[in-house]
Structure formats: structure tokens, C-alpha cells
Design a protein around this ligand. Sequence first.
Ligand SMILES: Nc1ncnc2c1ncn2[C@@H]1O[C@H](COP(=O)(O)OP(=O)(O)OP(=O)(O)O)[C@@H](O)[C@H]1O
Length: 250
Amino acid sequence: MTPAAHIALRNVSVRFPVLSFRDRSLRSRFVNAMTLRRTTATPHIVSALNDVNLDIRAGDRVAIIGANGAGKTTLLRVLAGIYHPTSGSVDVLGRCLPLFDLSAGFDEEATGYENIMRRGLVIGARRSEIDAKRGEIAAFTELGDRLDLPRRTYSSGMMLRLIFAVATAVEGEIVLLDEWIGVGDQQFRKKARQRLDEIVVRAGILVLASHDIELIKSTCNRAILLEEGWIVAAGATDEILGQYLGGAKA
Ligand SMILES: Nc1ncnc2c1ncn2[C@@H]1O[C@H](COP(=O)(O)OP(=O)(O)OP(=O)(O)O)[C@@H](O)[C@H]1O
């Protein structure tokens, strides 16, 4: 039997060193090189996550709540293994299905079919797995022969169909969502919503970063509240939402 999915974060911090525009400018770098001046620019450090401790177990549906810039997306990226923490440890047991940063891995010149493989590999699926699901993914997009054409010929709605079909065809015990995905025209949106619902029901763990209070209430049983990269509250969804909405600026 496969062990139940779980996530354990210990003292996780993520810091981004950011050079100012002036320090990064070609002119400034050229002048420094020509005058043999050693650059004294010290990067500004953005602390996106600070000392985050978190345990998520199978069955948990966790909302990540917080104002713009609070660190929600950064936390999801850490869970997905896209960002490595500057310090602390991340222990994730179970396969993650990251349903965000959806367009990563797509190539403008490659055909729809080739892009199915490319994107599948980016989200961690095995080649054999994508080969086996190719027909199913293609059928879900309803793009037919257009899948033989390069991706640059697709409309944005067609592209979203392709992205969504690949992203949701791969099985994962841990579903990571940055807002609920609303894709395509009316008919496809309905189908996409149904598939997303099924995935969430099947998943051992759901982590959802969202500003949509109704969605959080209807989907999540736990919530954590982030402020400037710190977890300032964690607990039952209603309690944390109350705290957030009570303190949130409209
Ligand atoms: N690549 C990066 N380089 C520098 N700073 C970054 C980078 N990514 C995120 N940040 C900073 O880290 C902080 C957290 O950003 P993050 O995107 O995680 O916030 P968020 O809670 O998802 O915000 P939103 O609700 O607006 O999507 C912000 O201050 C942001 O400016």
C-alpha cells in the first residue's frame, strides 16, 4: 500500500535578491568594467516567505489566504519543487499536480501533439504515461486536426484547452491550485469545471491559493493566513476567514 500523502515544512524561508534597475543597467555595468570599479551594489532582499512551519495530511483541503504579495504563490511553488527554500526543509510525500504556471514548457513552433509531451514532462509525468494518455488528452481538447499545427497558430482559447487538458490528465495525490482555473468558452468551461471537481475529490491533499471567499468556504476545511511571508494564523476555514476579513482592508 502506498503511504498516505503528506507535506511537512520546517522553518522554510524564501528570499529573493533583487538588484535595482540602476545596478542592472548595461551602462552602469559597462562603466564599472571600463573603470575597473568593483560594483558595490548590494542587492535588496525580498523576503517572500519567513520561517514557515506547516503540516498537511491526507484528506486536508487547505486554503492559503492573504493580501497581494503575502507569499501565496511562492508557497505553492515551494510545495511544487519549483523554488528551493533559502533555508529550512521541505518534505513532500506524494506526487504533486501543479495546476498553475500552466504555460511553462510550451513551444511556439512545436505542434499541439508535441506540446502535449513537452508540457507533460515539465509537470513531472513519465514519457510512457503521456504516450498512453495522448489520445485522451487530444480528445479532451476537441482540437482535432489542429493538434498537428504549430502552437503559434492557436487562438488563446484553443491554447487554454490544450494547457488544461495536459495539466489535468496526469494523476497526482497532491493538487496545487493558484485560483480556480476558468478556461475556454462556455461549453468547455463546464467540462473543465467538472474535470477539476473530479480531480479535487480524488486528490489526497488540495492546497488552494485564492482570494475567492465563497470558493474557499465550499472547498477547504483548513486555512492558513499569510502576511508578508509569515503565517500569522492557521486553523479551521471559518475561523481564519473571520480573522482575515475582520482585519482585511476592503
Ligand atoms: N521572482 C521574484 N523576485 C523578486 N521578488 C519576488 C519574486 N517572486 C515573488 N516576489 C515577491 O515575493 C513576495 C510574495 O509574492 P507572491 O507572488 O508569492 O505573493 P502572492 O501572495 O501570491 O500575491 P498575489 O495575491 O498578488 O498573487 C512579493 O513581495 C513579491 O514581490
